[in-house]
Design a protein around this ligand. Structure first.
Ligand code: ZN
Length: 475
């Protein structure tokens, strides 16, 4: 007769036995025989419609038969049917994760405010425990996400980041503290999350997510939360999620405004349905260039965390097909409908994107910073000291100029430059600088186009502070 192996957490419903021999010619018949013998087990394994619950997998010998018609798979004498509590969509090769199907006494105490709500309860808490969530980025959005998803008991949380904590992060990235400055964000975030909840498993992926590594990293998780700060990574996360069939919980922030929605979920739209193409480089400033109210990522990150938990529990109305807009200054939320675009190049009816592409190129990002003719701040200082004939312009905004400046630099904000070209002598070389070298690269391109000789100061005033004058504050 075929043998059925009962996993530890379910043995209490099967007369405390670890295996049972039952007759039947298919897996379906064997499982029916099992639950006829042990009616208590039926409620654990099957839902009201008689379907196997989503965290239960069935193996025949060593074969995962999740994707086969379980009822009809034939079994013979000596075969072993294993019931493995897990989450659908997990890696076939992954070993069954022990104890995910029960809560310890400590966990029951910790999660008691969840357990007493019927919408969550023990079953919901077990879903959270079995869930595998990937957070891309541990910055402004990743900080509240990491803290609350760990506290809520999401069993396995992957973090993708390769950055180091610096002082400018602390105004909003509340997962990191002052003593963490200089540490890897991954280590700092993981330590804090473990301090909140030692029961959570944290995977550290210390890489920049790329077309080469995205599938390998994302495939281990049930859903992905996008907390990145740049367009190439947003399109990469979107495309990888669509191609792998993983929900993408999206959030973005700028100054006083935020957006949130859920992409690529059960026939819903994707990021490309909403934004088929990225803005031209430089049009939408990053938070580093444009600033962000420190509290804003908290609000948006927690909306993402809420949606993540709802998707795991399967409760409520997910934020699918709806783009939530938040305006902190007006303190107003608005909601826009987003429909799946049948012409979408990746999730539409005739997709043209079937694999990951070069996202830097797609977003028009060129290696501006290291362009030919760039000049080092040390060399700029030497030219000033020698009294060389050249003009140094600062293309930042007046409020940035107030924070710090190079004394000999003339302030001409990038937006005013096209109207102020008549202020330059065509015979005199111009050197442009900004905060980090991105905006000044655009200024140099514009000046060259207008016929001037122009060079970009590499690394901007931040590099000036590092290499020339440490009394210049960094921001
Ligand atoms: Zn789409």
């Amino acid at each position: 007769m075929p043998k059925v192996l009962i996993p530890t957490p379910l043995r209490q419903y099967a007369g405390k036995q670890d295996s049972v021999e039952l007759s039947g010619s298919t897996v379906g018949e064997v499982l029916t025989a099992l639950t006829t013998h042990y009616p208590d087990l039926r409620r654990q394994l099957f839902n009201d419609e008689g379907k196997l619950r989503s965290f239960v997998n069935v193996y025949l010998n060593d074969e995962d038969i999740r994707y086969l018609e379980k009822n009809a798979t034939p079994v013979k004498d000596g075969d072993t049917v294993s019931i493995v509590p897990s989450v659908a969509g997990g890696s076939v090769a992954a070993p069954p994760e022990p104890a995910t199907a029960e809560l310890s006494k400590d966990e029951i105490l910790r999660y008691s405010r969840h357990l007493i709500m019927p919408e969550v309860g023990t079953e919901g808490q077990l879903k959270l425990k079995a869930a595998k969530v990937l957070l891309v980025g541990t910055g402004g959005l990743g900080a509240p996400l990491g803290l609350y998803l760990a506290a809520a008991g999401v069993g396995r949380i992957g973090l993708v980041d390769f950055d180091v904590v610096d002082f400018t992060n602390l105004q909003r990235q509340v997962i990191h503290g002052t003593s963490d400055v200089g540490r890897k964000k991954l280590d700092s975030a993981a330590d804090r999350m473990h301090e909140i909840n030692p029961f959570v498993r944290i995977d550290k992926h210390e890489v920049a997510l790329s077309s080469e590594n995205a599938f390998g990293i994302l495939s281990d998780y049930d859903l992905v939360v996008d907390g990145t700060d740049n367009f190439p990574t947003r399109y990469l996360v979107n495309d990888a999620c669509v191609l792998l069939g993983k929900p993408n919980v999206y959030g973005s922030i700028f100054r006083f405004e935020g957006q949130a929605t859920v992409f690529a979920y059960e026939g819903g739209p994707c990021y490309r349905c909403l934004y088929p193409e990225p803005p031209p480089p430089g049009l939408v400033p990053s938070c580093a260039e444009g600033g962000v109210l420190g509290i804003l990522p908290g609000t948006i990150g927690l909306i993402q965390a809420t949606e993540t938990v709802k998707l795991i529990l399967g409760i409520g109305q997910p934020l699918v097909g709806r783009l939530l807009l938040y305006d902190a200054l007006a303190m107003r939320f608005r909601e826009l409908k987003v429909r799946r675009n049948p012409e979408c190049p990746i999730c539409g009816e005739h997709p043209t994107i079937t694999k990951l592409i070069d996202y830097q190129q797609f977003c028009g990002i060129l290696q501006q910073v290291t362009a030919e003719g760039d000049i080092d701040p040390v060399e700029v200082k030497a030219k000033i000291d020698r009294g060389d004939k050249f003009v140094l312009i600062d293309v930042r905004e007046p409020h940035e100029y107030q924070i710090c400046r190079i004394p000999t630099a003339k302030l001409i904000p990038l937006g005013e430059l096209p109207q102020r070209l008549n202020e330059f002598d065509p015979d005199i070389e111009i050197t442009a600088h900004c905060k980090s070298g991105m905006r000044s690269a655009k200024a140099v391109a514009l000046l060259k186009q207008a016929g001037f000789r122009a060079r970009n100061m590499k690394g901007g005033i931040l590099a000036w502070s590092d290499k020339v004058d440490p009394t210049v504050p960094k921001y």
